[in-house]
Ligand binder design. Sequence first.
Ligand SMILES: [Zn+2]
Length: 372
Amino acid sequence: MLQYYKNILARHVKNSIGWSTGRKIIVFTVDDYGSVRMASKTARENLRKQGLKIDSSKFDMYDGLEDAEDLIQLYETLSSVKDKNSNPAIFTAMSLPANPDFAKMRNTGYIEYNYELITDTWQKLPGYERMKSIWEEGINKKLIYPQFHGREHLNVKVLLDLLQKKDKEVLACFDNHSFGAISAKPYPSINYVAAFEFDKYEENEALKEIAFDGLNAFEKVFGYRAKHFAAPGAREHRCLAETLYKGGIRFIDSDMIKKEHQGNMKYENSYNFTGKKNEFQQVLLVRNCVFEPNPFDNLDWVGYCLKQIEIAFKWNKPANISTHRVNFAGHIEPSHRKKGLSLLRSLLKEIVKRWPDVEFMTSLELGELIDS
Ligand SMILES: [Zn+2]
């Protein structure tokens, strides 16, 4: 309980600085669309049988590539409310256009990293044939808007390293076309899902290539260039900003206090706020609300999120709500999606009731408003 009040106090401090507006703006920034993570329930059970510790993380338990039912039911939920301009709620879907090409890498003995665009993955998986048109429908109806969360949601260096060392867990994951619950950590500064973390500073040259290639891949998949970037697992170095700028990125997510790795385990803090600009005039966006319903806690997430929105509005700040696809994902466990969407529906209903003059926006619309 004490922790809860400390959190609330921290929210006030967080909202006291940055770009202000009298408008009541709600943005949902939702990470991880496009990422395969856990391929299926069968894959999850296979990995569990092989000893991978699946059960302590909701991502390893429930996070699978969004399927038709995930998006259709999400659209129903988002369109259950309208804002003062008669617009439905909208998710800015921070998306990854690619995943490892598990089969090709296995067949070639893991000598190099190969990826596969999700448009190709859709053609291979049963039940995903209509995904392109379902995404387009959501975009046209202003319910979902993909932006860039990296090329793939994993660190290529670490994965390749572990595959070549024949790490049992990673090989099991690749056999099951999945990546999750990997316990080996060959470099202390790199989490295997954090694509842009590195060991030595010089590795950023390779990461720049991945970022630029990823932006082109994003365009191939979604049909337009991304303008907003949030690094998968956060923690990219600022030296990526120029490459991102050349690739079309105008808005970058940042933590308020960003612990930035400088190489060889040396870290520097930078202090950020929504509306701060970097040397390329890219606008930083700091998420100030969280909605992460968790099967492993008993927090009232709807009430907690409403409290955070209330604090944001009190300080004349837009409410930028951070959440993840996993909370609304049902490919592995449909009952999990049902719970998440039901909480989202309650949250949306209460938002429009408490703040009738609310406006739902994408992160891009917010960024452009800040920049105007
Ligand atoms: Zn992510």
